[in-house]
Ligand binder design. Sequence first.
Ligand code: C5P
Length: 227
Amino acid sequence: KKKIIIAIDGHSSTGKSTMAKQLAKELGYVYVDTGAMYRAVALFAMKQGFIKSDFFDKQALINSLDQLSLSFIFNETRGFAEMYLNNENVEDQIRTLEVSAQVSVVAAVSEVRRLLVAQQQKMGEEKGIVMDGRDIGTVVFPNAELKLFVTASAEIRAKRRYDELLAKGEIVSYDEIFQNVVERDRIDSSRSDSPLVKAADAIEIDNSNLSREQQFELILKLAHERI
Ligand code: C5P
């Protein structure tokens, strides 16, 4: 059977990663969450004191990029690969609202993108991969056999994110989350390097009114048509 590359892009908090994870499992493919990589770089910048809410020493981050190593290690119990930053498991630390608030600024830095894109392309060399992010179908794998572009209304996305963080026991307000979702969309879509845009040959899925099951059925069919 032929192995393909499946590129999933779209706005924040559309449930892309849950869907991508499920799809990879079903197909026996590798799943790569590129957002986790940008989040880990943002966490690194925060830990080093290069970025705060009103301050960003971009050059200091660029100069330190060679001291940063990222890897994914599969966790059997959780059933997915967790993010490691310099050999420390940062899977949970990168999902906080603090990191979400800084990540888009860090992800707009060309040197950061160049480094991560090269690593992502390497992971896809053997194909048989489902990768999700913002620029997978446009920049990382412009020749991917299947490209999806996932969206939903900002209100619905913020509500889903709110429920998710609440379930994890994080104390957050809906308004704060809504602002973060809108602000990340704005920065991701307006940056000069690899802005979030739908690739011309991507299939758009607005999941505002789709159940998880309906959406999964749809993408599984699209994948099987190409394998
Ligand atoms: O997917 P997730 O919401 O975890 O991504 C976090 C942030 O990382 C995005 O808001 C975006 O700024 C950045 N990102 C990116 N390119 C990717 C994946 C994520 O710029 N391929």
